[in-house]
Ligand binder design. Structure first.
Ligand SMILES: C[S@@+](CC[C@H](N)C(=O)[O-])C[C@H]1O[C@@H](n2cnc3c(N)ncnc32)[C@H](O)[C@@H]1O
Length: 310
């Protein structure tokens, strides 16, 4: 698919606008990221809006009382893109603001950095009623029970964002439990896991196994085998799964897995749209994001007739 820069512009603009607004609160606390991080945030925005609209109509009939967003490794709610200095909303803020027709009934965010979790709690407090969100300021490894209790108590269908930064945070035993509840997941497939694998230190193998499960860690032959084996395992419980390649533009890439939770025997109504989203996102990269952000920041020419002038 050809790059669709006008599509990128219209999907990125709200996330950039929400970022500027979020930066009015404690702008000294933010997560610094590369520009490609915006592509996964667009995926979350796009899905949240569609999902909440459709699920709102189906919820009662399917036996759910609520829809809940769970941000497992949540960040501070505010990101700064290193290359341009632009503010963009963090994932929990995107989840608050993306749904246009029906908001999530509850937002649970887990973030173990004390500064990030305080800032996130403050920022969510600006956007939500006090009893409709919680920020857990501890290690997500220890909080699968908190997630499960919430889902049970609220009879909730969920969207979870599991955004690994390194080789820790949410082990496979937790993921397996989360997959056992009905909901949709986004998982950024564990950055650095290939590098750790390549060191091939015996002491690293248990750490890899903790994240992807022993069956995957001890059965694949090389780092290239890790992702397909992990994806296969996810697909065993979630047949409607899409993997989206997120590219930096300068060689680095990682996989964003979207695993839809079935609400009926047929595929979720929003699944086709996520397949289209994959095509759009895979045609773009971090360099395209930089160009669009530079335009927003007033440092690049405007769009004319749906085409970019360079
Ligand atoms: C990739 S960042 C999250 C970015 C966020 N999802 C976004 O898109 O705006 C991962 C976050 O997880 C946090 N983190 C790392 N290990 C954690 C753990 N064991 N428990 C909770 N949070 C953790 C880090 O402090 C970091 O802010």
């Amino acid at each position: 698919m050809a790059k669709d820069l006008p599509w990128l512009e219209s999907n990125l603009e709200p996330i950039w606008t929400w970022g500027k607004r979020t930066a009015k609160t404690w702008s000294h606390i933010y997560n610094p990221f590369g520009p490609w991080t915006c592509l996964k945030l667009i995926a979350l925005k796009f899905h949240s809006d569609l999902y909440t609209t459709i699920m709102n109509k189906q919820m009662g009939r399917l036996g759910f009382d609520s829809i809940v967003y769970v941000d497992v490794l949540a960040g501070s709610g505010l990101n700064q893109i290193r290359d341009t200095g632009s503010w963009v909303a963090g994932s929990s803020v995107v989840a608050c603001l993306a749904p246009r027709k029906k908001k999530y009934d509850y937002i649970l965010a887990i973030e173990n950095d004390a500064n990030y979790s305080s800032a996130l709690a403050k920022r969510l407090g600006n956007l939500r009623e006090p009893d409709t969100y919680d920020v857990v300021p501890y290690d997500a490894t220890m909080h699968i029970d908190t997630i499960e209790n919430l889902l049970q108590k609220r009879r909730a269908h969920y969207v979870a964002f599991v955004d690994y930064e390194g080789m820790s945070g949410f082990p496979w035993v937790n993921m397996e439990k989360l997959l056992g509840h009905r909901g949709d997941l986004f998982i950024t497939f564990i950055p650095n896991i290939g590098r750790v694998w390549d060191r091939n230190w015996e002491k690293d193998r248990p750490a890899v196994a903790e994240l992807v499960g022993e069956d995957v860690a001890y059965s694949v032959e090389d780092r290239e085998g890790l992702f397909p084996a992990y994806l296969q395992k996810i697909k065993r419980s979630r047949p409607y799964t899409v993997d989206i390649k997120i590219r930096s533009g300068s060689g680095y890439q990682y996989m964003l897995i979207f695993a839809a939770g079935q609400t009926t025997k047929s595929k979720p109504k929003w699944f086709g749209a996520v397949e289209t989203l994959k095509e759009k996102l895979e045609s773009l990269d971090g360099d395209d994001v930089v160009q669009v952000l530079e335009y927003f920041e007033g440092r690049r020419p405007k769009l004319t007739n749906g085409r970019w002038r360079f």
